[in-house]
Design a protein. Structure first.
Length: 191
Protein backbone atom coordinates (compact mmCIF):
# COMPACT_ATOMS: atom_id res chain seq x y z
CA UNK A 1 0.00 0.00 0.00
CA UNK A 2 2.93 2.32 -0.71
CA UNK A 3 0.68 4.61 -2.75
CA UNK A 4 -1.18 5.68 0.41
CA UNK A 5 0.23 8.18 2.93
CA UNK A 6 1.52 6.88 6.25
CA UNK A 7 -1.06 6.78 9.04
CA UNK A 8 0.02 6.75 12.64
CA UNK A 9 -2.33 5.86 15.47
CA UNK A 10 -1.27 6.21 19.10
CA UNK A 11 -1.76 3.01 21.07
CA UNK A 12 -4.49 3.47 23.69
CA UNK A 13 -2.89 0.96 26.07
CA UNK A 14 0.57 2.54 26.32
CA UNK A 15 -0.02 6.06 24.98
CA UNK A 16 2.72 5.57 22.39
CA UNK A 17 5.37 4.58 24.95
CA UNK A 18 5.69 1.11 23.29
CA UNK A 19 5.67 -0.80 26.61
CA UNK A 20 3.08 -1.88 29.14
CA UNK A 21 2.65 -0.13 32.49
CA UNK A 22 4.62 -2.78 34.42
CA UNK A 23 7.63 -2.37 32.13
CA UNK A 24 7.40 1.42 32.25
CA UNK A 25 7.31 1.35 36.06
CA UNK A 26 10.92 0.07 36.14
CA UNK A 27 13.28 3.05 36.31
CA UNK A 28 16.99 3.54 35.74
CA UNK A 29 18.20 6.75 37.35
CA UNK A 30 14.61 8.01 37.32
CA UNK A 31 13.91 7.20 33.65
CA UNK A 32 11.69 4.48 32.18
CA UNK A 33 12.71 2.51 29.10
CA UNK A 34 10.33 4.68 27.06
CA UNK A 35 12.01 7.87 28.28
CA UNK A 36 15.48 6.44 27.59
CA UNK A 37 14.48 5.44 24.04
CA UNK A 38 13.14 8.97 23.47
CA UNK A 39 16.59 10.45 24.26
CA UNK A 40 18.80 11.46 21.39
CA UNK A 41 22.37 10.17 21.24
CA UNK A 42 23.78 13.45 22.58
CA UNK A 43 21.51 13.29 25.65
CA UNK A 44 22.17 9.58 26.17
CA UNK A 45 25.95 10.18 26.23
CA UNK A 46 25.50 12.18 29.43
CA UNK A 47 22.92 9.76 30.86
CA UNK A 48 25.28 6.78 30.39
CA UNK A 49 28.43 8.58 31.56
CA UNK A 50 29.10 5.82 34.15
CA UNK A 51 28.90 3.04 31.53
CA UNK A 52 32.05 3.13 29.36
CA UNK A 53 31.01 0.39 26.91
CA UNK A 54 27.66 2.05 26.18
CA UNK A 55 29.24 5.50 26.10
CA UNK A 56 31.88 4.34 23.59
CA UNK A 57 29.19 3.27 21.09
CA UNK A 58 27.20 6.46 21.65
CA UNK A 59 30.35 8.55 21.15
CA UNK A 60 30.97 6.78 17.83
CA UNK A 61 27.41 7.65 16.74
CA UNK A 62 28.12 11.25 17.68
CA UNK A 63 31.46 11.15 15.85
CA UNK A 64 29.75 10.26 12.57
CA UNK A 65 27.23 13.08 12.97
CA UNK A 66 24.27 11.09 14.30
CA UNK A 67 23.95 12.76 17.70
CA UNK A 68 20.43 13.91 16.82
CA UNK A 69 18.99 10.40 16.34
CA UNK A 70 16.88 9.01 19.17
CA UNK A 71 17.86 5.70 20.72
CA UNK A 72 14.49 4.19 19.84
CA UNK A 73 14.36 5.50 16.28
CA UNK A 74 12.97 2.87 13.96
CA UNK A 75 15.29 1.77 11.16
CA UNK A 76 12.78 2.34 8.30
CA UNK A 77 12.86 6.06 9.18
CA UNK A 78 16.61 6.34 8.56
CA UNK A 79 18.00 7.80 5.35
CA UNK A 80 20.47 5.78 3.29
CA UNK A 81 23.35 7.93 4.56
CA UNK A 82 22.27 7.49 8.18
CA UNK A 83 22.01 3.72 7.73
CA UNK A 84 25.50 3.59 6.19
CA UNK A 85 26.95 5.57 9.09
CA UNK A 86 25.26 3.29 11.62
CA UNK A 87 26.90 0.33 9.86
CA UNK A 88 30.24 2.15 10.12
CA UNK A 89 29.70 2.61 13.86
CA UNK A 90 28.86 -1.07 14.16
CA UNK A 91 32.20 -1.91 12.53
CA UNK A 92 34.15 0.61 14.58
CA UNK A 93 32.64 -0.63 17.83
CA UNK A 94 34.07 -4.12 17.37
CA UNK A 95 37.15 -4.62 19.52
CA UNK A 96 39.10 -6.23 16.71
CA UNK A 97 38.24 -6.87 13.11
CA UNK A 98 40.22 -7.91 10.04
CA UNK A 99 41.34 -5.47 7.38
CA UNK A 100 38.21 -4.59 5.46
CA UNK A 101 37.17 -2.82 2.26
CA UNK A 102 34.40 -0.32 3.02
CA UNK A 103 32.34 0.96 0.09
CA UNK A 104 30.22 4.00 0.93
CA UNK A 105 27.75 5.52 -1.52
CA UNK A 106 27.15 9.23 -0.90
CA UNK A 107 27.49 9.06 2.92
CA UNK A 108 27.27 12.86 3.25
CA UNK A 109 23.80 13.23 1.75
CA UNK A 110 21.75 15.41 4.10
CA UNK A 111 24.65 16.13 6.46
CA UNK A 112 25.43 19.55 7.89
CA UNK A 113 28.98 20.70 7.08
CA UNK A 114 30.04 20.23 10.72
CA UNK A 115 28.88 16.61 10.52
CA UNK A 116 30.75 16.11 7.23
CA UNK A 117 33.93 17.03 9.12
CA UNK A 118 33.10 14.41 11.75
CA UNK A 119 32.52 11.78 9.08
CA UNK A 120 35.83 12.61 7.40
CA UNK A 121 37.57 12.13 10.74
CA UNK A 122 35.98 8.69 11.13
CA UNK A 123 36.97 7.70 7.58
CA UNK A 124 40.57 8.70 8.37
CA UNK A 125 40.42 6.52 11.49
CA UNK A 126 39.42 3.54 9.37
CA UNK A 127 42.28 4.15 6.93
CA UNK A 128 44.76 4.71 9.77
CA UNK A 129 43.71 1.31 11.17
CA UNK A 130 44.75 -0.30 7.87
CA UNK A 131 41.37 -0.56 6.15
CA UNK A 132 40.53 0.52 2.61
CA UNK A 133 37.70 3.02 2.18
CA UNK A 134 36.11 3.58 -1.23
CA UNK A 135 33.70 6.52 -1.25
CA UNK A 136 31.39 7.43 -4.11
CA UNK A 137 30.82 11.09 -3.38
CA UNK A 138 30.10 14.53 -4.86
CA UNK A 139 30.97 16.53 -1.73
CA UNK A 140 34.17 18.46 -2.51
CA UNK A 141 35.22 18.48 1.15
CA UNK A 142 35.32 14.68 1.14
CA UNK A 143 36.91 14.44 -2.31
CA UNK A 144 39.68 16.85 -1.24
CA UNK A 145 40.54 14.49 1.67
CA UNK A 146 40.93 11.43 -0.57
CA UNK A 147 44.28 9.78 -1.17
CA UNK A 148 43.28 8.94 -4.75
CA UNK A 149 40.46 10.15 -6.98
CA UNK A 150 38.92 8.34 -9.94
CA UNK A 151 36.65 10.70 -11.84
CA UNK A 152 34.25 9.13 -14.34
CA UNK A 153 32.74 11.18 -17.12
CA UNK A 154 32.98 13.37 -19.00
CA UNK A 155 29.21 13.61 -18.49
CA UNK A 156 26.64 11.55 -16.61
CA UNK A 157 24.58 8.65 -17.92
CA UNK A 158 25.19 7.70 -21.56
CA UNK A 159 27.71 10.55 -21.87
CA UNK A 160 29.96 9.11 -19.20
CA UNK A 161 31.59 5.96 -18.01
CA UNK A 162 35.15 6.80 -18.99
CA UNK A 163 37.97 7.65 -16.60
CA UNK A 164 38.66 11.37 -17.18
CA UNK A 165 41.05 11.74 -14.25
CA UNK A 166 42.78 9.63 -11.68
CA UNK A 167 45.30 10.73 -9.13
CA UNK A 168 45.70 12.60 -5.85
CA UNK A 169 43.47 15.66 -5.23
CA UNK A 170 46.34 18.13 -5.61
CA UNK A 171 46.84 16.95 -9.23
CA UNK A 172 43.16 17.57 -10.07
CA UNK A 173 44.06 20.99 -11.45
CA UNK A 174 45.39 19.18 -14.53
CA UNK A 175 42.25 17.06 -14.98
CA UNK A 176 39.62 17.81 -17.60
CA UNK A 177 36.44 16.54 -15.94
CA UNK A 178 33.75 18.55 -14.16
CA UNK A 179 34.85 17.21 -10.79
CA UNK A 180 38.46 18.25 -11.42
CA UNK A 181 37.42 21.79 -12.38
CA UNK A 182 35.21 22.15 -9.28
CA UNK A 183 37.86 20.58 -7.04
CA UNK A 184 40.59 22.87 -8.40
CA UNK A 185 38.41 25.92 -7.59
CA UNK A 186 37.62 24.49 -4.15
CA UNK A 187 41.27 23.80 -3.35
CA UNK A 188 42.19 27.29 -4.60
CA UNK A 189 39.69 28.90 -2.17
CA UNK A 190 40.85 26.62 0.63
CA UNK A 191 44.43 27.81 0.32
Amino acid sequence: MSFLPDVRVTCEACGGARFNADTLSVKLRGKSVGEVLAMNVDEALEFYAAHPSIQRCLKLLQDVGLGYLTLGQQSPTLSGGEAQRIKLVSELSKSSFPKTLYVLDEPTVGLHMADVEKLIHVLHRLVDAGHTVLVIEHNLEVIAEADWIIDLGPEGGDGGGRVVFQGPPEKARSGRGHTCKALAEFLGRRG
